[in-house]
Design a protein around this ligand. Structure first.
Ligand code: SF4
Ligand code: SF4
Length: 207
């Protein structure tokens, strides 16, 4: 049974490793006009509701299950409830524009609690100017684009397409969900990974 479960986890793990390698390869090009300005603790982009695919959600949920203490799980659950209550009934456009009020459920003391397993959207959310990210955040100009290289946006697009196609080929649920929603579903389900592999709808959109 563990081997079967690993198929689901490896799907996300391999795709995320590919993403990291692709970013690394691109950013080490000598012809890169400017380096990325992303550093540990820089978290303007973490006031957000990251969207994830089911394999990423399973990968994150499994990691939390294995590594978080009961107290950490309780704190996380409280944050999930708070965020979902805040966005309940709101259209995605409105949610997007209130992102300064929505710290990610995994943001703690300016750091990411799940850094090793964070989703592709966070790995590829990069900028050549932290000052620009700060300005966007402070002025709440959320429609402004980050100073991210188009090539890195394309890496993200390739990641998503590949993961969606592979999930479809396996007859498993696909789609994009707020990570807070997926964590609620993951921890409510008795066997989320098995159920997903059996083609069941594990994740539900609540907003
Ligand atoms: S994308 Fe912007 S806010 Fe996020 S880590 Fe990079 S520089 Fe900082
Ligand atoms: S998962 Fe981590 S990196 Fe991504 S938004 Fe949340 S705190 Fe930031």
């Amino acid at each position: 049974m563990e081997n079967i479960k690993n198929r689901a986890l490896e799907l996300a793990s391999n795709a995320l490793s590919w993403t990291d390698e692709a970013i690394q390869k691109f950013t080490s090009l000598e012809s890169l006009p400017e380096p990325l300005d992303c550093k540990p603790g820089c978290h303007y982009c973490c006031f957000n509701l990251p969207m994830v695919t089911p394999p990423e959600a399973l990968f994150i949920g499994h990691h939390i299950d294995q590594t978080f203490t009961d107290q950490q799980k309780q704190t996380l659950n409280t944050r999930i409830q708070k965020i979902l209550k805040k966005i309940a009934g709101k259209p995605s456009d409105e949610i997007f524009m209130m992102r300064h009020e929505l710290p990610c459920i995994f943001l703690e003391e300016s750091m990411c609690l799940i850094y090793a397993v964070r989703p592709a959207v966070c790995r590829t959310c990069t900028s050549t100017s932290a000052e620009h990210c700060k300005m966007i955040f402070e002025t709440r100009n959320h429609r402004a684009r980050l100073r991210c290289y188009q090539q890195i946006r394309e890496i993200f697009h390739t990641f998503q397409t590949d993961l969606v196609n592979r999930s479809k080929e396996m007859g498993c649920q696909t789609g994009f969900f707020y990570v807070a929603e997926t964590m609620k579903d993951y921890f409510r389900h008795p066997e989320p990974i098995d159920a997903w592999l059996q083609g069941k709808m594990v994740f539900h959109r609540k907003v």
